[in-house]
Design a protein around this ligand. Structure first.
Ligand code: ADP
Ligand code: ZN
Length: 218
């Protein structure tokens, strides 16, 4: 199964991608996670992108396209993948199509998570992320067992720089400015399916699994 998840920051794409990856045994490829891992490791790439990521701006297309191309070339992506946070611009979408054609593969579905701005803002401002393993929590919807501590590895949780309110508004505005083109591009392929990102995670997951059944995807 090959999926692309589209939707604003805070739509719950990452949460669904993780659940789907587990259920269908395919890798979850999140450009945001890859870039943050590189930043944590202070790699050349991490240093190059940190300014963009922290301020909520898009990393230049050439950089993310290269990242995705390298990731898709790995063995575990041969039988399927879930792309989360990529493509984000029409140019990225076109480049992705070219790359996939080179591998002779096609995307099955593009899932569009329609989400209201108030829900996005509430989710992002309450999100807390583990400093060391990157696991996500939410102060209200998904609190850790011990306040401020990661359930998985015991490290400290923090609020992402780009989840601070002012930066969230900027990210939503950037998303809005790119999204119409992207949605129209994928609508034309007949593979775009819209679901409500406002619903609870479990409900969204059930809807997705039902949808895959109807689409004979597995
Ligand atoms: P969200 O979807 O909640 O904004 P992500 O974790 O997907 O969060 O992305 C965080 C940041 O990483 C973005 O604001 C941007 O700086 C960078 N980034 C991730 N994916 C892309 C992409 N496809 N194109 C450009 N920048 C990206
Ligand atoms: Zn952790």
């Amino acid at each position: 199964m090959r999926l692309i998840l589209l939707g604003p920051p805070g739509a719950g794409k990452g949460t669904q991608a993780k659940l789907l990856a587990k259920r269908f045994h395919i890798p979850h490829i999140s450009t945001g996670d890859i870039l943050r891992d590189q930043m944590r490791a202070s790699s050349t790439l991490g240093k190059k992108v940190a300014g963009f990521v922290k301020s909520g701006e898009l990393v230049p297309d050439e950089i993310v396209i290269e990242v995705v191309k390298n990731r898709l070339a790995k063995a575990d992506a041969k039988c399927g993948f879930i792309l989360d946070g990529f493509p984000r611009t029409l140019n990225q979408a076109e480049k992705l199509t070219t790359v996939l054609k080179q591998f002779n593969i096609f995307v099955d579905l593009i899932l569009y998570f329609g989400t209201s701005p108030s829900v996005s803002i509430e989710r992002l401002s309450g999100r807390r992320v583990c400093k060391s393993c990157g696991r996500n929590f939410h102060l209200i919807n998904m609190p850790p067992e011990l306040e401020g501590i990661c359930d998985s590895c015991g490290s400290e949780l923090y609020l992402r720089d780009d989840d601070k309110e002012k930066t969230v508004k900027k990210r939503l505005a950037i998303y809005q400015s790119q999204t119409t083109n992207l949605i129209n591009h994928y609508k034309a392929t007949g593979k775009l399916r819209e679901i409500s990102g406002d619903s609870e995670a479990e409900k969204v997951f059930t809807q997705l699994v039902d949808m895959f059944g109807r689409e004979s995807l597995n």
